[in-house]
Structures are given as structure tokens and as C-alpha cells.
Design a protein around this ligand. Structure first.
Ligand code: IPD
Ligand code: CA
Ligand code: CA
Length: 267
């Protein structure tokens, strides 16, 4: 899209500025694998630097808006209707391992509803952008969810709970059932990009549980503006509260919801 709405321009400028540091730091990660301090600290510093830039830029452009950020937590604003929901680096494990699948994610909520979303992968320079009522875009190109109607032709993204996270058994039951019914399952490691991939029709559907609001806030707008369906894992709209999310086109969203329900029931 050559002409951004004012709010999109604000988000794009903030993301591009924060991305410069992430890009530089990503280039350094390989050397750090052998450093004394270890790459973990380095990555969390990169994360915090990016978040600081996003916070400064967005506060400057939209004074008074509230924030919910992965690192800095909740910051109240004088404006009671608007809130930025931000993950400065989604896909930390990928970043740490030199895998170029990570993103900056910025969502904007107005009166409790997600109204704008940006997901930007600085390595591939892919900028996914959407605003309510304006459609969804990848760089300047309009994107739509995939049109596939059959689960057995679908490529489905997901997230797996890592060490120390709850519900491994329930997840394995879901995965077993989904694997039996779809063309392929993918676990890419950055929830914001998983949702952006659904919006762009690369994934036919995606589900994950136990996410945080900043993992999915922007992606929800992207999928909806690309013509897709998003719900929590119970078919309601409580994604940010429950941490569960299921996204896809209308047909596959419904079909996958049934598969997941069946899997849980038989677990
Ligand atoms: C994580 C990624 C991952 C998802 C995790 C998230 P982080 O975010 O989005 O794909 O499975 O649940 O915590 O920690 O890399 O910002
Ligand atoms: Ca995240
Ligand atoms: Ca993060």
C-alpha cells in the first residue's frame, strides 16, 4: 500500500527504527555463542533496547496512549480508550539460534477492540500491516487468507509448549489428531508471524494455547482484515484473556475447531 493511514505511518516508523538495532544484534548473535556472558543476556538486552525505542516513538506520536509490553508490562495512559500492545522481539529462541524467523509486533486496541496491527521481520524485510476496515498488506501488496477448503490439503501452523510450560499431554493429543487430518504441520517459533502467515495465505490455519496478549494482538487484526476468522480455542473472542487462538479461513477455522475439540475429548 503506497499510502498509509496516519496511525499506520506512526507504527511503521517506530518499527523501522527499532528494527535497525535488532538487525545489527542479530548479525552479532553468531559470535556470541562462545562469549563468556552467553547469548541469553545479549538477546534480552536487544529485546529491551527495541522496546525502549518503540515506547519512545509511539509515545511521541500518540501522547497519552497506554501500553502493554512484554518487558515493561502495563503503563497507564491519560487516554482511556487506546492501548498499544507490543512484543519488541517475538521469536526470541529463533533470534538466539541465528534463525531469521522473528518479528516486532505492535497492536493497537481501541475501547477493548484490536484495530490496527503490524508484524515486521527485519531480516526478510517483510512488513505485515492492517487497520480495521482498510484490509491487510504485506509490504505494498494486499493479502488474503488462503482459499483452501479441505483440511487434507491444508498446511497448519502451531506452537508447542517448551520445557517448564504446562499442558504437554493435551497438546500432544491435539497434534496427533491434527497430523492425521492435514497436509502438513509447521512450528516456526514466532506466534506473531504465524498469524501473519495465515493472513498472507501461506498457512491455511494456525492454533496455539497459552500465549500472551503481545504475541497475538497485531496478528488478530491481520487475519481478520485478510478475510479470515479468529477465535480462542472455545470458539469465543477471548483470545487475549485465555491465551488460546485459532485462525484460518471460515471453512478451515470451523473444521480445525472440531478436530481440536475431538482431540481434547479423547485425551
Ligand atoms: C514466543 C513465540 C513462540 C510461542 C511462545 C511465545 P517470545 O514468544 O511467539 O512462537 O510459541 O509461546 O512465548 O518469547 O519469543 O517473545
Ligand atoms: Ca512473544
Ligand atoms: Ca518477546
Amino acid at each position: 500500500m503506497s499510502r498509509h493511514t496516519p496511525v499506520m505511518s506512526v507504527m511503521v516508523a517506530a518499527a523501522r527504527k527499532a528494527a535497525r538495532g535488532l538487525q545489527r544484534d542479530f548479525g552479532e548473535v553468531e559470535n556470541l555463542q562462545v562469549s563468556m556472558k552467553g547469548p541469553g543476556d545479549f538477546v534480552s538486552a536487544a529485546d529491551k533496547k527495541a522496546e525502549k525505542i518503540l515506547f519512545e516513538e509511539l509515545s511521541k506520536a500518540r501522547p497519552g496512549y497506554a501500553f502493554l509490553m512484554e518487558e515493561g508490562g502495563a503503563i497507564e495512559g491519560s487516554d482511556k480508550s487506546h492501548r498499544w500492545i507490543i512484543d519488541p522481539l517475538d521469536g526470541t529462541t529463533n533470534f538466539l539460534h541465528g534463525i531469521p524467523q522473528f518479528a516486532i509486533s505492535i497492536g493497537l486496541e481501541r475501547d477493548g477492540q484490536m484495530v490496527a496491527g503490524l508484524v515486521y521481520n527485519p531480516v526478510t524485510d517483510e512488513m505485515f500491516l492492517a487497520e480495521k476496515g482498510q484490509g491487510a498488506f504485506l509490504n505494498d501488496r494486499r493479502i488474503r487468507v488462503a482459499v483452501r477448503r479441505e483440511l487434507n490439503q491444508a498446511v497448519v501452523g502451531c506452537g508447542t509448549p517448551n520445557i517448564g510450560r504446562p499442558d504437554h499431554e493435551g497438546y500432544i493429543a491435539e497434534l496427533r489428531q491434527v497430523m492425521l487430518e492435514v497436509a502438513g504441520v509447521r512450528r516456526m517459533g514466532a506466534a506473531s508471524l504465524d498469524l501473519a502467515y495465515v493472513a498472507a495465505g501461506r498457512f491455511d490455519a494456525y492454533w496455539e494455547a497459552n500465549l500472551s496478549p503481545w504475541d497475538m494482538a497485531a496478528g488478530i487484526v491481520l487475519v481478520r482484515e485478510a478475510g479470515g476468522f479468529v477465535s480462542d480455542l472455545h470458539g469465543r473472542e477471548e483470545m487475549l484473556k485465555t491465551g488460546g487462538i485459532l485462525a484460518g479461513n471460515e471453512m478451515l477455522h470451523g473444521q480445525l475447531a472440531k478436530v481440536l475439540k475431538r482431540a481434547r475429548a479423547s485425551a
